[in-house]
Design a protein around this ligand. Structure first.
Ligand SMILES: [Zn+2]
Length: 155
């Protein structure tokens, strides 16, 4: 038997410790959370993607009364990027969420399905992305989606 250990490294940052590209992408994610369609959960998530070519791609959660028909903010943004800029890798992904008009104190993290999609994006483009998860108290920075889902589904 051989044991393997996977370690998740997360930077816990304050706003002033962020670079300009991270700040602008997070601000866009916060803005996008205000445009979410989330009448059922009342949990409005915004995502923003900065592509290698400088384009910003928007996403937010889009719910549906038939719950599984909705989609998370992260996947709305990633699939929109893939649909409109299919050859451009993702440099930064930022996520922010609000409920009752107030952003969450702690960072929110992508669900399992989104982690799978983010991970495949990195494989597709051969580039790891910088992930920023916004919270009012602190911001998580993770280098590479594969750290969020170390053993992804693949065949
Ligand atoms: Zn998700």
């Amino acid at each position: 038997m051989r044991r393997e250990k996977y370690i998740l490294e997360v930077e816990n940052l304050t706003w002033s410790e962020l670079g300009e590209e991270a700040k602008s992408t997070i601000l866009r994610a916060k803005e996008n959370s205000g445009k979410a369609y989330s009448p059922y959960s009342k949990f409005s998530v915004g995502a923003a993607i900065l592509l290698n070519d400088g384009n910003l791609i928007d996403g937010n959660n889009q719910e549906n009364i038939a719950y599984p028909s909705g989609l998370c903010a992260e996947r709305v943004a990633v699939f929109s990027a893939g649909a409109t800029h299919p050859d451009v890798p993702i440099k930064i992904l930022a996520i922010a969420a609000q409920t009752d008009g107030k952003f969450t104190d702690n960072p929110i993290s992508p669900c399992g399905a989104c982690r799978q999609v983010l991970s495949e994006c990195e494989t597709r483009y051969g580039q790891e992305m910088e992930i920023y998860l916004f919270g009012e108290k602190y911001i998580y920075h993770i280098h590479g989606a594969k750290h969020l889902l170390p053993i992804t589904f693949s065949f």
